[in-house]
Design a protein around this ligand. Sequence first.
Ligand SMILES: [Zn+2]
Length: 242
Amino acid sequence: MTPASNVDILAIAAHRDDVEQTCGGTLLAMQARGWTTGILDLTRGESGTRGTADEREAEANEAARILKVSVREALDLPDGNVQNTLENRLKIAAVLRRLRPRVVILPYWEGRHPDHYTTATLGYEACFVSGLAKVDTGGCEDPHRPFKILYASLYSAVRPIFAVDITPYMEDRFQSLMAYKSQYATQPGGTGLFVPAEEIRERTFAMARYCGLLAGVRYAEPFVQKEIGLVEDLMMLPVASI
Ligand SMILES: [Zn+2]
């Protein structure tokens, strides 16, 4: 997809299909509130057991359509070897200066896959660098530092700081994941490594339901932020305590 203009909320992930698994419902919920959303995938999926990078690009574009994002781009970092280098920070910063998001969503900073937890630090540092006036990222855009950085924590055991109600968007969020037919359709290559297709629906809904139970709604996605929350009116606090 070609970028048309700035985005309000940008989700940055290591791999195509990460956003669909961790914060796709939130992107749909925010788009419905009138915000423009976007996705930046750092790699193109060339090392995956199943599917080629070209197939995954077509699938990513279909998923982007389902998630109603305005922009989806992919950088060329090596799949399976995402490193927090100055070169990579500058590549991400160039995108941040062009798209100028107020909110950036990153993966949580601990996890099984090194690309995921590296993306958390790499993305954070890219947000910092992007705001430095004297750093040249190769484009002509002004420096830009996102206001808020959130970490999508769905695949981490960490207790979320808050959750986003995605109940009306749960099915579409699941369908965006299913757009990756090369990854999730039942097929012989990679059995044993991949969860059978029929189990993915159950797992996806169960995790969203669990997070929803914690937040007093049906389906939700969990997030962590490093800052504390600021409250103006105690009477407006959501989620019942008892
Ligand atoms: Zn991933």
